[in-house]
Every structure is written in structure tokens, then in C-alpha cells.
Design a binder for this molecule. Structure first.
Ligand SMILES: [Zn+2]
Length: 207
């Protein structure tokens, strides 16, 4: 784990410290350049979640997503965490599956969704309950799925090579969905696993 990532994770529980860290990392950005400071800025912004950081007033598409090594967040900047993986019934939604096999994130209807890692697009289009979706095959049986994207928003096609930060489409509420959000799913060897520890292991904690 690179030093800036370790620092960011260590202070993740304290929002005031996070904001101070974000300011410090912004200063570090000016002093030392993108290579050192960019992952730190991205992670602190993401960990701060739905806070009122200055970055959130920017146009979503004008910012690049935070990338650490080969992997990155599916959003640029902060997002709101929805349902995590596991048993989470949705209040007011009888048709939403209670046993949740993915991780829900939201930045708002129309927000850009980015590939989380390098791979090949194996599905780009309608996917039943997932609505308009993109599936990326990362090799070694690892796949990520980006579900409920807006109809007509897909920016990639089947067999296209992508990397972390490639724009896939726009957050929507297509398929079996209750409000705009991204259903982010991880499959390894076909098994639907919790994306949170997988992403955390790559320096990209989702919570
Ligand atoms: Zn979901």
C-alpha cells in the first residue's frame, strides 16, 4: 500500500481530519504534482462521502475518477453509499431483492460511471432486472457489473477494451431499481461476492 493511501485510510473515521487532509493533499498537489497527491485527494474525497466538499460543486464530467494503480472508483469524486452487500430489505420496495448481491452507490441521476479496472466489455445493454448494464471481464474469472444505467447513455460497446477511469455510461434507475443509483457487482468465477473488501484491498475503500 503506498504511503498516501495508508495515511488516508488511517484517518478515515474522522471527518474533520479528512477535510484537513484534503486541504493538505491539495497543497501537496500544488507542491509535488499529480503523481503523489492525486490518489490521496481522490480517496479522501470518496471517504468523505456525501459531504459538502468544494469538489462536489464542480461539473461531474470535468473531473477524472480517482485511480490507484490499475483500479479506481466507479465515480469521480464523492458519492453516497446505499445498500451494502448482504441481507438489506428495501423499505417501500416489495419487488427489490432483500438479499443484496452487490453494493449500491449514488452520485445523482446522470452522474458518470467509470470502469473500476482494466478489462474487456462482455455486455453493454439490456440485462433483465439489471436494466441497462455494462459487464467488464478483468481476466482470471473476475468481472465487475455496472447496473441500472440510463437508457441510451452507454459510452462503450461489447468487446471494447477499458481501463480504470473509462467512462461507461450514466447513473440511472433502469431495470428492477428504486431510484437512481449504481448497482456495482463483483463476480469471481461466477460467484457474486462483496465488492467492498475487493476494492479495499486495492486501496479503494467503498464505505
Ligand atoms: Zn444493488
Amino acid at each position: 500500500m503506498p504511503a498516501p493511501v495508508a495515511v488516508a485510510v488511517a484517518v478515515a473515521s474522522h471527518h474533520k481530519a479528512l477535510r484537513r487532509l484534503a486541504m493538505l493533499s491539495a497543497a501537496a498537489f500544488l507542491l509535488f504534482g499529480v503523481a503523489i497527491a492525486a490518489p490521496l485527494v481522490g480517496i479522501t474525497a470518496a471517504l468523505a462521502g456525501n459531504g459538502t466538499s468544494a469538489a462536489q460543486t464542480d461539473s461531474v464530467d470535468s473531473r477524472i475518477p480517482a485511480v490507484v494503480g490499475e483500479w479506481g472508483y466507479p465515480y469521480a469524486g464523492g458519492y453516497t453509499k446505499g445498500r451494502g452487500y448482504g441481507y438489506h430489505p428495501v423499505r417501500g420496495c416489495a419487488y427489490c431483492p432483500a438479499d443484496h448481491k452487490g453494493y449500491d452507490l449514488s452520485q445523482g441521476c446522470g452522474a458518470s460511471i467509470f470502469a473500476a479496472g482494466p478489462g474487456v466489455v462482455t455486455t453493454a445493454g439490456s440485462m433483465g432486472q439489471f436494466g441497462n448494464s455494462v459487464v467488464v471481464d478483468h481476466g482470471d474469472g473476475v468481472e465487475t457489473i455496472y447496473a441500472h444505467l440510463q437508457w441510451g447513455s452507454l459510452a462503450v460497446t461489447k468487446n471494447e477494451q477499458v481501463s480504470a477511469g473509462t467512462r461507461l455510461g450514466a447513473e440511472g434507475t433502469t431495470g428492477l431499481s428504486y431510484g437512481c443509483h449504481l448497482h456495482f457487482e463483483l463476480r469471481i468465477g461466477g460467484a457474486r461476492l462483496d465488492p467492498a473488501p475487493f476494492m479495499a484491498a486495492r486501496g479503494l475503500p467503498l464505505a
